[in-house]
Design a protein around this ligand. Structure first.
Ligand SMILES: O=c1ccn([C@@H]2O[C@H](COP(=O)(O)OP(=O)(O)O[C@H]3O[C@H](CO)[C@@H](O)[C@H](O)[C@H]3O)[C@@H](O)[C@H]2O)c(=O)[nH]1
Ligand SMILES: [Mn+2]
Length: 743
């Protein structure tokens, strides 16, 4: 107790947190009466029901697998039985690894009001925003992100925003030049009037209050928007003359994949003031050098350049990483993150991850694009273990975490902002570390910074940091801290999940795979969670089998499940309903709608039979050196016509996407089988034997409804291309014709 008193005198604010960290819940509540804490954690109420249900369900699975294995010895069709057994083993495995998320879900609360009142002791923050293509990621999207962050309620002299432009685009640079001037009006306007939506686009499309200067600010914003959008359309920029020289970089030899570093300080906090005379945050544009001879490592490479560039310029101890497609929705968020970083007992917390939440998703989320399980529900689950996984954007880091384990001294925090960021010395050093060959023979990407080798660099890096002994936190306040763009058509969504599938396979087959390295270094349950995602694409096995085999068997009147009167039938019913109900409750509890849940499970089926398989194929081709997978950006440009259909809840198939073939084939097989099955049963009976198969085919038809509509009924631009429909009919018929080989 003596030590605590001593600490209390030293830092009155923190001692409570030292006391409560790790203490049981009851202790915490009593202690809170003395000194206010900075953060607390609450175990969610579903924890015990989850654990008990897991036990019951595990018994069910064991019984079912046992039953199926015994059947193998007296089946009339070993091929079919083996395939069904394989499907169920994979389902059982995915269920088992999922339990990691369910054993100890928690919710955290922060108390920024308990932070020290003296803001001068707050750490500086460097914010990294990534953009990579002005045509897929309109510069105005990135500008809005930057403005929303620059307007944070955080001491401006401690805030620096770095934009990484992997598109090497003069259009993006031009947009940010314009933004830097508009910011001088926008920031004081927001702060003076206490505006919450500090992303101008979100603000002006909301039901905003009109202050005397609002019309002027609005028209300034709109002028800027027109100027920037015109530039993107025409390809010409008309910069202010003080900046005209910067565009000399874009000479005849300058291409996206081959160009020197362009580094431009757009706002220097020590010099630039806003219109009311307050200091501005720093704003720095960085387009790292690109040479075809050196790999650029996509976003991970971009972030590592920013880590080094910012180190030479501002070197803030806290780093916030953002994708350009996600803006800040709450100006107080950095203070919330400080509740963890300023708590000395949380010294081993590497990052504070906010959930990826989205705006612009239609009612009931047609494509399950919110990924509520990945970004919200499961995050609360791992947070109760070692800590949240990293989701790429909306994440505050301790800079030190990128330089070694919690106890290592590789990284020594040097004095920040000793000289102007515009000094020649600072710029020279920054240019040096942004060179494309800088990383050769260094530990960047292996031991330092973002880790290379996976297309889900975020998830992989978070995993590696945890393996090094770092912890992390999931912070999910009521008002979303950030809002992002989700893919708004089926092809984009499948493209995204194909990339993620490749990324997790990269991780699974890396030398740091959770299968061996993970189990050796992390707690068991945490490893289970990583395994669940590393194996993500193998969902394709049970889903392909379950969506084709029982249906074809039905056409041959070949029963593969127990009869309705067989007691084993009940076990199947329980397995199905149990899994679906638990999934449903979790989804609804996290604020989803019933239809949203239905769409979400359909999206899972669609992905499993298409993008997961394509991901596995692309990964294999890359490993065989036949192909080289790249980071396919998600499109952020909104097509007005398609968007109207999306708002109405119509699925978009308009493009000739290879993803649509397997989806259409499965839909057709189910329809054919369902109709045939009904006819047979009406004619000859036998419902008792074939009930499960008929149910599966019916469920398939229900889920495939939008696909039939797109093939046969719709006439708009989003309907299924005729070529795909016809070819899918041929393929489905071939499957049917070939099926006697199996039955
Ligand atoms: O060579 C590249 C490629 C991408 N990016 C940036 O990466 C971000 C994410 O790209 P996006 O097309 O929006 O992909 P999403 O699938 O929406 O992104 C999710 O998945 C990615 C991993 O695949 C993570 O990096 C993201 O943080 C996460 O939101 C964007 O800001 C891009 O500008 C780069 O900076 N350089
Ligand atoms: Mn994105």
């Amino acid at each position: 107790m003596g030590t605590f008193r001593y600490l209390e005198n030293l830092c009155p604010i923190y001692n409570q947190v030292i006391l409560i960290a790790g203490a049981p819940l009851e202790d915490r509540t009593t202690m809170q009466n003395h000194t206010p804490p900075l953060h607390t954690r609450l175990v969610l109420r579903r924890t015990w029901p989850n654990r008990i249900f897991a036990l019951i369900y595990a018994c069910t699975i064991v019984a079912l697998l046992y039953h199926q294995t015994t059947l193998l010895f007296h089946t009339t069709n070993t091929k079919v039985s083996l395939l069904m057994l394989l499907a169920d083993i994979v389902l059982a495995f995915m269920w088992f690894t999922h339990q990691g998320f369910r054993m100890n879900p928690i919710h955290r609360k922060t108390f920024p009001e308990n932070l020290p009142k003296d803001e001068t002791i707050y750490p500086a923050m460097d914010v990294f925003i990534c953009t990579a293509d002005p045509y897929k990621e309109p510069p105005m999207v990135a500008v809005n992100t930057a403005l929303s962050i620059m307007a944070y309620d955080y001491p401006t002299d401690k805030l620096s925003v770095y934009l990484s432009d992997d598109g090497g685009s003069d259009l993006t640079l031009f947009a940010f030049m314009e933004a830097s001037q508009f910011a001088k009006h926008w920031l004081p306007y927001c702060k003076k009037n206490g505006i919450m939506d500090r992303c101008p686009e979100a603000h002006f499309s909301s039901n905003y209050t009109c202050f005397p200067e609002t019309p002027k600010i609005k028209s300034m914003y709109e002028n800027m928007k027109v100027k920037v959008e015109d530039a993107v359309v025409s390809g010409n920029v008309y910069p202010h003359e003080m900046w005209a020289h910067v565009f000399n970089h874009w000479d005849a030899t300058f291409t996206r994949a081959n160009h020197p570093t362009v580094l431009q300080v757009l706002l220097d906090g020590t010099i630039d003031d806003d219109v009311l005379g307050n200091a501005m945050p720093n704003l720095i544009y960085v387009s790292r050098e690109k040479r075809k001879s050196t790999p650029h490592r996509f976003k991970a490479g971009a972030l590592n350049v920013l880590l080094r560039v910012s180190e030479t310029m501002t070197n803030a101890p806290i780093v916030l990483t953002m994708d350009c497609d996600m803006y800040s929705n709450d100006p107080k968020t950095p203070l919330e993150a400080l509740c963890f970083f300023m708590d000395p007992s949380s010294d081993d917390i590497a990052f504070v991850q906010y959930p990826q939440l989205f705006h612009g998703v239609n009612k009931d989320d047609l494509y399950g694009a919110k990924f509520k399980f990945i970004f919200e529900i499961n995050m609360a689950g791992v947070d109760g273990l070692l800590g949240a996984s990293h989701a790429g954007t909306g994440c505050f880091f301790r800079r030190r975490a990128f330089y070694g384990e919690p106890s290592s001294h590789t990284y020594e925090q040097s004095k920040t902002r000793s000289q102007s960021i515009k000094s020649n010395e600072a710029l020279d050093r920054a240019n040096e570390v942004a060179r494309s060959d800088f990383e050769a023979q260094t530990e960047w990407g292996s031991k330092l910074g973002y880790r290379y080798g996976s297309l889900v660099e975020d998830f992989y890096t978070g995993y590696r940091l945890q393996c090094e002994g770092w912890k992390s936190v999931f912070c999910s306040p009521k008002r979303p801290a950030f809002l992002g763009d989700a893919p708004m058509n089926l092809h984009d969504l499948l493209n995204q999940t194909q990339r993620w599938s490749i990324g997790v396979l990269d991780m699974m087959f890396s030398s740091h795979s959770p299968i061996n390295y993970g189990f050796k270094t992390l707690p068991f349950l945490q490893t289970l969670c990583y395994l669940h995602y590393a194996f993500w694409p193998i969902w394709f096995i049970p889903l392909v089998i379950y969506s084709i085999l029982p249906q074809l068997a039905l056409i041959h009147s070949f029963p593969i499940f127990p009869k309705v009167s067989d007691p084993w039938f009940l076990l199947y019913v329980f397995a199905f309903i149990g899994a679906y109900c638990q999934d449903f409750f979790e989804f609804i509890q996290s604020g989803g709608t019933p239809l949203g849940w239905f769409n979400n499970q359909r999206a899972w089926m669609i992905r499993s039979v298409s993008s997961y398989i394509f991901g596995i194929i692309e990964y294999t081709l890359t490993k065989l050196n036949i192909y080289s997978s790249t980071f396919n950006l998600t499109n952020k440009v909104v097509d007005e016509e398609a968007n109207t259909r999306y708002e109405k809840g119509m699925m978009e198939f308009g493009v000739e996407s290879p993803f649509f073939y397997p989806i259409s084939i499965v839909a057709l097989v189910n329809l054919l089988s369902f109709i045939y099955g009904i006819m047979e049963i009406v004619k000859y009976g036998g419902l008792e034997d074939l009930f499960v198969q008929l149910f599966l085919a019916g469920f398939g038809v229900l889920n495939s409804w939008p696909i039939y509509e797109a093939m046969a009924i719709r006439n708009d631009k989003g309907k299924m291309p005729l070529k795909i429909t016809l070819r899918s009919i041929v393929c489905a018929s071939m499957l049917y014709l070939a099926s006697p080989l199996v039955f």
